[in-house]
Design a binder for this molecule. Structure first.
Ligand SMILES: *Cc1c(COP(=O)(O)O)cnc(C)c1O
Ligand code: SF4
Length: 445
């Protein structure tokens, strides 16, 4: 719960004013394995470092952690530490990807009217304003663009400030857009002047009613809000401007585990709360991090204490290199049931499967064939007449299902389902043995 940087030899003499300075954290971010090696000298066995280096060679996200995050990790139990697991992969924990995992699983690039804008829903857009973050999460859904190239993924360059004008023009030309998610990447890595410029430009568009600035800094670099005064002032100025116009600007952040909620985070939230800033949380359900009810309930309770609204818990998207993080739809449904009721309804997150047609409630599957780990979702408002599948991780399937994915193609397995001659030995839901209903269901492919 608390962080102690003095146990690291290279930081042992640092005063709190230095360690708790956001600029210092940025300047001392670790991006090469050899920097982790020297930071952890004497604290971990050399084999662990070898594991992490070998893991990094296989995944889709590059390495970036700051000293604050390194200091939160229990290095005496690093293999099981939920924070280490999110940012530093170990070769031994990686799994072969499900054959349906892809680089851009939400098809953001094909929903892009201009570079850096994703327009999927009728009245809201996602504006990708930067490709960098204070730290890089190994399960990032946007690994196609965020961070630097890895052997697995070469990044698309979609977020340059050069694209902003075209994106603003597009929003201006589409009066149905009333909600803009300003994300990336992480707005914590934008210059203060850019935050102000962008916020003002968006608020000047009459039909834009709501902005959300997305930043994980509240959780991974809370000192950003306590020491980067220029950036905070820029953000607050945009919020004040919005309030004067009867518009709303809020912050969306990203906590996954209760251990990320430190006294420093509480200090940040006391400041933001005093200034009337609404903060919502979007967590990702990650195996070995927060895939048990007790951890999720604790996370949600603590967020509630700090007046951070636990908005969503997402299933990990079907992105290459993330198989070891994913959990089955069934597990997500079970966890939702075990969380709901623990606290106020408005502090209870929706559990979400994200699809190219948008976010769907995990309980809203049209069908779920657990033998093959296939669930199907429809989104009548966003993509009428279409369906989108979520595929459970291979590890969760019964042996027959695992073998099927090894021996057969996706098209072949989907054809079996479409024909309605499915004879699974595992019960599925909601209505088995209804050939007519099955034949009528849309399937993506
Ligand atoms: C998630 C998302 C949004 C915002 O959706 P909410 O459910 O309103 O939070 C907007 N656009 C895109 C493309 C998204 O993925
Ligand atoms: S902070 Fe968000 S955008 Fe950045 S790496 Fe993590 S999940 Fe991806």
């Amino acid at each position: 719960m608390s962080y102690d940087w003095q146990r690291f030899k290279i930081w042992q003499d640092l005063a709190p004013e230095v360690f708790e300075n956001s600029l210092w954290q940025d300047k001392n971010a670790l991006i090469h394995p050899h920097q982790i090696r020297s930071t952890l000298e004497g604290l971990v066995a050399p084999e662990l470092m070898t594991e992490i280096e070998a893991g990094l060679a296989k995944v889709g996200m590059s390495l970036r952690v700051n000293p604050y995050i390194v200091s939160l990790i229990d290095w005496s139990n690093a293999a099981r530490d939920p924070i280490r697991r999110q940012f530093m992969p170990m070769l031994s924990e990686l799994e072969h990807d499900h054959p349906c995992l892809v680089v851009d699983s939400l098809e953001e690039q094909s929903h892009s009217p201009t570079l850096s804008l994703v327009h999927r829903y009728p009245d809201k857009v996602l504006f990708l304003v930067t490709a960098v973050c204070p730290v890089y999460c190994q399960y990032c859904t946007r690994s196609y663009a965020v961070g630097t190239d890895t052997p697995l993924v070469q990044k698309e360059h979609v977020t340059s400030t050069k694209n902003w004008q075209a994106a603003l023009d597009y929003i201006r030309d589409h009066p149905q857009i009333e909600d803009v998610v300003v994300s990336g990447g992480d707005v914590a890595r934008l210059k203060a002047a850019h935050v102000k410029e962008l916020g003002d430009a968006l608020l000047r568009i009459e039909h834009v009613r709501r902005l959300r600035f997305a930043t994980k800094a509240v959780s991974v670099q809370p000192m950003k809000f306590l020491t980067d005064h220029g950036w905070v002032e820029a953000l607050l100025a945009v919020m004040d401007q919005a309030r004067a116009q009867f518009k709303e600007v809020c912050l969306h952040t990203h906590f996954n585990h209760p251990a990320e909620i430190t006294p420093l985070v509480e200090r940040v939230m006391r400041c933001l709360h005093a200034r009337g800033v609404l903060v919502r949380n979007q967590a990702v359900l990650l195996r070995g991090v927060n895939d048990d009810a007790e951890t999720l309930r604790t996370l949600i309770k603590r967020l509630g204490w700090l007046h951070i609204h636990p908005y969503y818990v997402y299933l990990c998207d079907m992105v290459k290199g993330t198989e070891h993080f994913r959990v089955s739809l069934r597990q997500a449904q079970k966890l939702e049931k075990e969380v709901r009721g623990a606290t106020a309804g408005f502090n209870t997150p929706l559990f979400i499967v994200d699809t190219p047609a948008g976010k769907r409630d995990v309980h809203s599957a049209e069908f779920y064939i657990e033998k093959y780990g296939i669930s199907s979702f429809t989104a009548p408002v966003v993509a009428p007449g279409k369906a989108f599948e979520y595929f459970d991780p291979i590890r969760c399937l019964p042996r027959a299902g695992q073998e099927a994915w090894q021996l057969r193609s996706r098209a072949d397995i989907m054809a079996e389902i479409r024909c309605g001659d499915f004879t699974g030995d595992v019960p599925w839901f909601p209505m088995p043995n209804d050939a007519n209903r099955l034949a009528a269901l849309p399937l993506s492919s």
